[in-house]
Design a protein around this ligand. Structure first.
Ligand code: MN
Length: 244
């Protein structure tokens, strides 16, 4: 029952209208799911929903797009961090709509990294829209690889940045939506298979939790291997990542 069949390493399971059923379904369908959250106020409820679902990992989140609106979330985050093995969604968003809160976002993200570094052993799912360099700079100076592991979610940096992230020991969670763009495909082609995970980022992509088949097919094309083999490698990557 607990032998996983596939991996969705970044999904907002609690944002689906029928989220209670979705939690149960992830487990029944044997999907390793990283249930990311956007606010630490959602932590307790998510933990409760995943109580009988060993394949679901709940992540303690503090979404960069909400940082300005809920400045007190950082203290709630701090409070729950000792209970959390997984952290996300966290990061920085410098797209035009959120640029205004950049200073606050960066300060918050740096504090999140410092807390994780101090605690040790955390696995983080990180958002870096229009802010790849900032995110990589912060990780470099605050969270060394022996203090925590980073999964870059929906990564969209340059070729140089992808190389830098690989050197830093980062993993990458890839979704089918990303792979619709040629530039992104060229980027993903450069990521070694042992650093690749699959995700949906549902419900924002319109995908259901664990709906990663299209993604593994496309990854198979890019890396010239069978999609079944892609899936097997991704499951192995999770095992190695989580043995940290
Ligand atoms: Mn997300």
């Amino acid at each position: 029952m607990n032998i996983p069949e596939l991996v969705d390493y970044h999904c907002h399971v609690d944002l689906y209208p029928d989220y209670v059923n979705q939690f149960a379904r992830c487990q029944e369908q044997r999907k390793i799911t990283l249930a990311v959250t956007t606010t630490p106020r959602a932590w307790r409820r998510n933990v409760e929903l995943a109580r009988n679902a060993p394949l679901i990992r709940v992540a303690l989140g503090l979404h960069p797009q909400l940082v300005a609106e809920f400045p007190n979330d950082l203290s709630t985050f701090r409070e729950h961090l000792p209970e959390a093995r997984f952290v996300g969604e966290v990061g920085i968003d410098k797209s035009p709509r959120f640029y205004q809160s950049y200073d606050q976002q960066k300060e918050t993200f740096d504090e999140v990294l410092a807390l994780c570094s101090k605690a040790g052993g955390k696995i983080l799912s990180v958002h870096s829209v229009w802010a790849t360099r900032d995110v990589l700079d912060s990780i470099t100076s605050i969270l060394p690889a022996d203090k925590g592991r980073v999964v870059l979610h929906w990564f969209a940096g340059t070729f140089a940045e992808v190389g830098r992230a690989i050197e830093l020991g980062c993993y990458f969670s890839i979704n089918a939506e990303m792979l619709k763009k040629q530039k992104q495909r060229a980027l993903v082609e450069r990521i070694p298979l042992d650093r690749i995970l699959t995700e949906t980022d549902g419900p924002f992509t319109g995908l259901q939790p664990g709906e990663v088949t299209k993604c593994t097919e496309e990854l198979g094309i890019l890396h010239r291997i069978n999609p079944i083999e892609v899936n097997r490698r991704v499951l192995e990557n999770v095992r190695i990542l989580e043995s940290f």
